[in-house]
Design a protein around this ligand. Structure first.
Ligand code: GMT
Length: 380
């Protein structure tokens, strides 16, 4: 198939999923065309079957808000026409599904009149936060209804979408995935653990875009409690609005020497794979891709019981969950686990086994392929 993929190309879960999906599909022989305002971050080098088309947004003094969604729709239509795409797959409804809808309508109305179905994948905040904003809700609902296929990355998000938007379309749940051959605890990566911790120290990690929904200050609060009981260090991967507050809190607590803010990283798996425990105290996660990537690397997730997280973590078996804001309980789980080497390693192994069994890319990508075929059949 020839598939156009549009996503936010920056550091965010939806862009990561879209890019990894494109790469996996390309390895399976599909022709993939990424259409976005910059190259997706996980698209690092030239890859067979992968093309990238940049969307140029013209700046004009009259445009206080340059109309990216219109430029995107135009580029989607151009690329689809030129490369004879079979369908578009957009990740994150706002504004991508509106642009896809426009591109589809333009192509249908303009000779040689091309039929271009589009699939929208809902990721989370496009529904739970942004979609609830009255200025976006009606158009988001409309573009989801107009999609030829809709998928959600968890059962939770599917149910939320139906209750918030009162949408009648079928929403297929296709969970996020991880390539377990690439995300693993590689011995040569573990050799680099010494750069961050000594032999008798534990290593905790947090990975996010440091937005308020991630509750990064809770990460510092949890680590402060852990550090009082267990010699340990904390790695924070990513960047965003709450980073400086988190840095300041670490200074106030007197633990900043034990906390490393690594900023945005291109290759996160080498950093994840050396950690023991991952902290994910988010206000809400529709899925929690970071938890899954950590689990594949045998890193035990300690997270909040929010949104779709219980679909990823089995409490007490492959990780731990607590209520949002309950830093005491999350710290206690970490302390107990980090004090017991064999329990820690056994849980890490079970976490990887669960990631392989339920969320391995070899199982999930065929679900997307099947869904595309169904959409093509039904919309032709
Ligand atoms: O919150 C983020 O990290 C970004 C956001 C996005 O759409 O870019 O993530 C959402 O999609 C991820 C990939 O499907 C999910 O793993 C995250 O749980 C989800 N975030 C929220 O629901 C807050």
């Amino acid at each position: 198939m020839k598939i156009g993929i549009t996503c936010y190309p920056t550091y965010g879960g939806s862009g990561v999923v879209a890019t990894e999906l494109g790469l996996e599909l390309a390895r399976r022989g599909h022709e993939i065309h990424f259409i976005s305002y910059s190259q997706p971050i996980r698209l690092t080098g030239p890859e067979p079957n992968i093309h990238y088309h940049e969307v140029e947004v013209t700046r004009y003094p009259l445009f206080e808000y340059p109309p990216y969604d219109l430029a995107l729709a135009t580029r989607m239509a151009e690329v689809s026409q030129l490369y004879e795409l079979d369908l578009l797959h957009v990740h994150y409804a706002i504004p991508h599904s509106v642009s896809a809808m426009l591109a589809k309508q333009m192509l249908a109305a303009t000779p040689p009149r091309r039929h271009l179905p589009f699939v929208t994948t809902l990721h989370g905040t496009d529904i739970t936060l942004v979609g609830l904003d009255r200025s976006y809700l009606p158009i988001t609902r409309y573009s989801i209804e107009q999609s030829d296929g809709v998928t959600a990355i968890s059962q939770y998000l599917r149910n939320r979408t139906i209750s918030i938007f009162d949408i009648k379309n079928h929403i297929e749940v296709i969970p996020n995935f991880v390539n377990c051959d690439e995300y693993l605890r590689k011995p040569e990566w573990l050799e680099k653990r010494g750069e961050y911790v000594s032999n008798d120290e534990r290593l905790l990690v947090h990975l996010s875009n440091f937005r308020p929904v991630k509750r990064v200050l809770d990460v510092i609060e949890i680590f402060d409690r852990v550090r009082k009981k267990i010699p340990s260090k904390l790695l924070l991967i990513g960047d965003g609005p709450d980073r400086s507050q988190a840095e300041w809190l670490a200074v106030q607590k007197g633990i900043h020497e034990h906390v490393s803010f690594l900023g945005k990283q291109d290759q996160i798996r080498e950093k994840l794979a050396i950690a023991d425990v991952m902290l994910i105290p988010s206000e809400l996660e529709s899925f929690g891709l970071a938890a899954l990537e950590g689990m594949a690397c045998e890193v035990v997730p300690i997270a909040t019981r929010s949104g779709g997280v219980p679909e990823v973590i089995e409490h007490g078996v492959t990780g731990f969950m607590a209520d949002v804001g309950d830093v005491e309980t999350m710290a206690r789980y970490a302390i107990d686990l980090l004090s017991d080497e064999s329990a820690l390693r056994a849980m890490g192994k079970r976490a990887r086994a669960a990631a392989r069994e339920k969320f391995c890319s070899s199982k999930i990508i065929p679900l997307y392929e099947g869904f595309y075929r169904k959409v093509l059949e039904q919309s032709s």
